[in-house]
Design a protein around this ligand. Structure first.
Ligand code: NAD
Ligand code: UDP
Length: 320
């Protein structure tokens, strides 16, 4: 009998890559998604498989799955600042009510559950690089609060189910991850820059571009998540690539990669945009034997090829 895994957010960027990984590992995969920011295109290759099933469902409402479950991965949530600003209440609900529903399901099914937390729990961090011990610097009533606080609540609820109900839980704090299947117009910096380069538009750097991020390639991220789920460690673990870069330097890298003649234009920095972000991954190294393997140069090349292969209508589809 194959082990059975439920993956929420399955039609999204990370969720679809996780479905691929679990299918490859020989699991029966149940993907669940309400398609609010995801697309069936990301999992259409899995649909014909005997050991993949798709359930169209909003996990902020009661979640029912028949049969046993061994693992639950709760990855449903809008993830780009533009998305969660457009649908703030749904974002709060999927992090809170959705997490509660899935923890209840995990308890009934005696399944182990991992939640997709985020570096955003550290807010605009005053400690650098960020270790798991840092409590963060989050503005609860700022524009990003709907996402950050939902994720912080999600962690608290998960730990409560672990402590009080004995549910086996894992918490991954994901740092900026990129790769094929990101939505070209989701507003995140990598698809934004590559989309602009492909359309022949100038690259929009917000603020003076001195803010930093550390970008992790999706295959590395998925491997870290898989290892954490299979480990016996219930405390939060950062998974990300510590290779830190300013957003200005990143724009220059994209200009070089795409060979575009476009230049950089500066736009106002969104409120509460974190000024620096870099994961400390000592725990992931020590506990999971994990560290990223794919360099930014390599990962960006693969991702650029993916975006180039998309049909023109996707490239010019305006969402915001
Ligand atoms: P994504 O937008 O591509 O995927 C999210 C998926 O969740 C979408 O398919 C969406 O339709 C689905 N979804 C949203 N609300 C739902 C609901 N109520 N019920 C059912 N499905 C719902 O985003 P992503 O980048 O793949 O992010 C996946 C998860 O990882 C999110 O929880 C996000 O917070 C977390 N995360 C991602 C990153 C990153 O860099 N990609 C960083 C930190 C955390
Ligand atoms: N950013 C930018 N231009 C864009 C989109 C984003 O300069 O067109 C900046 C944004 O202000 C932030 C960084 O890039 O400082 C990363 O933004 P993203 O939305 O990808 O992720 P997050 O802020 O959640 O890390």
């Amino acid at each position: 009998m194959k082990k059975r895994v439920l993956i929420t957010g399955a039609a999204g960027f990370l969720g679809s890559h996780l479905c691929d990984r679990f299918i490859k590992e020989g699991f029966h995969v149940i993907g669940m998604d309400n398609l609010i920011t995801g697309s069936l295109d990301n999992i259409e290759h899995l649909m014909p498989l005997e050991h993949f099933e798709f359930h169209h469902h909003d996990v902020s409402n009661f979640v029912h799955v028949s049969g046993n479950l061994d693992y639950i991965l709760h990855f449903a949530s809008p993830a780009s600042p533009i998305d969660y600003l457009k649908i703030p209440i749904q974002t709060l609900k999927v992090g809170s009510l959705g997490t509660h529903n899935l923890l209840g399901l995990a308890r009934v099914k005696q399944a182990r559950m991992i939640i997709a937390s985020t570096s955003e729990v550290y807010g605009d961090p005053l400690v650098h690089p960020q270790t798991e011990e840092y409590y963060g610097n989050v503005n609860p009533v700022g524009p990003r609060g709907v996402y950050d606080e939902a994720k912080r609540f999600q962690e608290a609820m998960t730990m409560a189910y672990h402590t009080y109900h004995g549910v086996e839980t894992r918490i991954v704090r994901i740092f900026n991850t990129y790769g094929p299947r990101m939505r070209l117009n989701d507003g995140r910096v990598l698809p934004a820059f590559i989309g602009q380069a492909l359309r022949g538009e100038d690259l929009t750097v917000f603020g003076d571009g001195s803010q930093t991020r550390s970008f992790c390639y999706v295959d590395d991220q998925v491997d870290g998540i898989f290892r954490l789920l299979m480990s016996d460690y219930p405390q939060p673990v950062n998974i990300g690539n510590p290779d830190e870069i300013t957003i200005s330097q990143f724009a220059e890298e994209i200009i070089k990669l795409t060979g575009t003649d476009q230049k950089v234009v500066y736009k106002p920095l969104p409120k509460d945009d974190p000024m620096q972000r870099q994961p400390n991954i000592t725990k992931a190294k020590e506990i999971l034997g994990w560290e990223p393997k794919v360099s930014r140069e390599e990962g960006l090349k693969i991702t650029y090829e993916y975006f180039k292969s998309l049909p023109q209508e996707k490239l010019f589809k305006k969402e915001h």
